[in-house]
Design a protein around this ligand. Structure first.
Ligand code: FMN
Length: 364
């Protein structure tokens, strides 16, 4: 029987060759200027058989950075570095979207000493520790609440980043509004206690994400813009089921716009005990009538089942794409997957990055 995961998919302005998507994966291997390197080019080139590559999150400004050595998309050098990545992927007949990132309070002042403390909707410290620019584990700082005028400036930073991404030859952009970062912090009441037009009501808390989406559409058109959402995430200390009405509203608004796709990080059964959450999740997804990518914890088998049952149009694989550059081929011939090595996820060189074997190397 034909494997539906391997069939083409119309996604916005493109027809993808398959529904096996490479999830955005931060790997912390850019250079000191936060520019993609030769090694990064090779890594993405190796993974061009994905229906779509969504890059690692790329910060839109200095203040937007939250981890060491993550690539930016705000300087000319960074843009030129990314251009080589998109060229390599296109030479291999691949498609690649850039994930646009602002971490908000999940930052540390060591990344932007000139700008000082991390920024956020409200001055609320996340629980836990973070890494400094020197790779030292330290407790999070209490962020500074953005002024309303600074929020407008942040929207402009996103727009400029989208323009830069276009110049760098990407096929589109994904707005990172998931996993506890800035836009996610605005959506949830636990992290957003503002009293201006960006806080309080459902409409106000969704305002920033929608303003940014509209700027991205202005630059790219609806068919080349996606958004990533994780309504039930525990990452970044934002978990807050009271945020559900915000997502209902946001999805209604996104449905009007008909983006290239909405990318959902699904609720984790290891984190969530209340079974009602999974019903709520289904309801949320049903509010979006366009293309849906689903992520988190899929195997080739569960992914196929999911797509076959119409729960999503495509599946994003994270860790399996780290260790299997030829993942679609392995799915096609039902080959065993290479195991991933967690210790080489973040930082370092080619070990655990570009040295995972392709099938033909393994069989040679
Ligand atoms: C090393 C690593 C880096 C990640 N970086 C990002 C990122 O930059 N942006 C993002 O939205 N998600 C990121 N994620 C989450 C993945 O996109 C994906 O949702 C997660 O790995 C679950 O999918 P999986 O079970 O297929 O690995 C990262 C995950 C891992 C393991």
């Amino acid at each position: 029987m034909e494997n539906k995961l391997l069939t083409p998919l119309r996604l916005g302005d493109y027809t993808l060759k398959n529904r096996v998507i490479m999830a955005p994966l931060t790997r912390m291997r850019a250079d000191a200027d936060l520019v993609p390197t030769k090694l990064n080019i090779e890594y993405y080139r190796q993974r061009s058989s994905a229906g779509l590559i969504i890059t690692e999150a790329s910060q839109i400004s200095r203040l937007a950075q939250g981890s060491p050595m993550t690539p930016g998309i705000y300087s000319d050098k960074q843009l030129a570095g990314w251009e080589k990545v998109t060229d390599a992927v296109h030479q291999e007949n691949g498609r690649i979207f850039l994930q646009l990132w602002h971490v908000g309070r999940i930052s540390h002042s060591s990344f932007h000493p000139g700008e000082g403390l991390p920024v956020a909707p409200s001055a609320i410290r996340p629980e836990g520790n973070t890494l400094t620019s020197e790779w030292k584990q330290v407790p999070f700082e209490t962020p500074r609440a953005l002024e309303t005028s600074e929020i407008k400036a942040t929207v402009r930073d996103y727009k400029q980043a989208a323009i830069n991404a276009k110049k760098a030859g990407f096929d589109g952009v994904e707005l990172h509004s998931a996993n506890g970062y800035l836009l996610n912090q605005f959506l949830h009441g636990k992290t957003n206690q503002r009293t201006d037009e960006y806080g309080g009501s459902v409409e106000n808390r969704a305002r920033l994400a929608l303003e940014v989406i509209d700027q991205l559409i202005d630059v790219w058109g609806t068919g080349k813009v996606g958004i990533r959402l994780s309504p039930f995430t525990f990452s970044g200390d934002v978990h807050d089921l009271d945020a559900l009405p915000v997502y209902e509203y946001l999805l209604k608004e996104l449905d009007f716009r008909q983006l290239a796709y909405v990318h959902f990080v699904r609720a984790r059964s290891t984190e969530i005990e209340d079974q009602m959450v999974f019903e709520k999740e289904k309801e949320l997804w049903n509010r979006y009538s366009g293309t849906i990518i689903a992520a988190d914890g899929f195997t080739p088998e569960t992914a196929e089942e999911y797509v076959e049952n119409g729960l999503a149009d495509a599946i994003a694989f994270g860790r399996s794409f780290i260790s299997n550059p030829d993942l679609p081929k392995r799915i096609e011939i039902n080959a065993e997957l290479n195991a991933y090595d967690r210790t080489t996820f973040y930082g370092g060189g080619e070990k655990g990055y570009t040295d995972y074997p392709f099938l033909q190397e393994q069989n040679a």
